[in-house]
Design a binder for this molecule. Sequence first.
Ligand code: CTP
Length: 427
Amino acid sequence: MHPDAPPPDAPAPAARARPRVVLGVGGGIAAYKAAALLRLLAEGGADVRVVPTAAALRFVGAPTWAALSGAPVATDVWDDVHEVPHVRVGREADLVVVAPATADLLARAAHGLADDLLTSTLLTATCPVLMAPAMHTEMWQHPATVANVALLRERGVHVLEPAVGRLTGADSGPGRLPEPDVVHAAALQLLGDVQPAAAGPGVRDLAGRRVVVTAGGTREPLDPVRYLGNRSSGRQGVALAARAAARGADVTLVAAHLEVALPAGVRVVEVGDARGLRAAVLAEREGADAVVMAAAVADFRPAQVAEQKMKKDPGSDDAPVVALVRNPDVLAELAATRPPGQVVVGFAAETGDEDGDVLAHAVAKLARKGCDLLVLNDVAGGAVFGLPDSTAVLLGSDGSRQVVGPAPKEVVADAVLDAVRERLPRG
Ligand code: CTP
């Protein structure tokens, strides 16, 4: 294991047609998610060699890994000894990704044990190493694991923060394996495949900054059981919060009905409707360097919220007519009242129509909202919602335009944060 320097005689990853990735799989229930990661890596053109631990094979068997990777699968150093696999596999890799990295595996890696093919590979690899931990919260927070992670990071290993959410049993907390697309995005950055690479894992260029991100979609109540909602999953906002935190920012996530796991290392304020979101974000933006409005905020809400569930009249086919009233435009208010130096970012999910194409709508919206940056997604046909990838155009109030993607939402998040950072007064 070594920081990111390639060995002097190794060709740069870019010079090879297909980057070689070793996917180490630890013995945790999240091993099944590594199959999705393997697919993402393989579909992205990587030549993936899976090296599971013996315990991992109790969760997902060798035939699955062999079939998905199209390569042989070995666990210990006694297979194909003539090829000296314990040295060769690590040496030839452009990247080693370990997912899930269990507490035991982190400990063995931190202490240089080489008792199977994966730990031997970690000792002989000269390429970047990325670890995605997954374990119960108690194990993640145990001083032994904390010390092992600190030691690995000190040596240049990229250890991702686990996600927060439901764990194997009824418990929940930090310890979930980050979603495969999050690990994949970090892997791509380490392979140098994606731009901008300014913020690869380990870069803490937002340290000392305070960032507020809104995510999800507001729900506007109609009666005690019904609401007007929208299709936002919160994935892009969560990716923004997670990447801002990984880059060192102090992050508050104002979360409206997320369908994805909460990211680790951020403060979360949960909200329900547009007015609740407005109150939370106005309070949180005090002292913030940037506010990123990724949430889908309902423009309208029912004029009346029925105290009792609205009932059908069995004697008629009539349906009620619901009157709507306008909600406050939070983004426009934030932009109009922002303190000097605070960067305000809006999102626009647009479809083209007879009044103009998506870009024309977005340019008009940027001016109307008065924010510094507008992140445009073309949502014709439902593209974007809930999906791991998106294509975005970053429009600056200074006239700048940057296309990002199609790429994982974490990569879009990094590009947005790069654009925010460029606009921040020097700290
Ligand atoms: N937004 C907001 N308050 C609202 C509506 C939207 O703060 N009441 C924010 C969103 O968080 C997003 C941006 O405004 O960052 C653009 O949202 P969008 O729904 O596209 O804008 P609208 O003003 O609602 O424009 P349109 O008339 O096209 O729906």
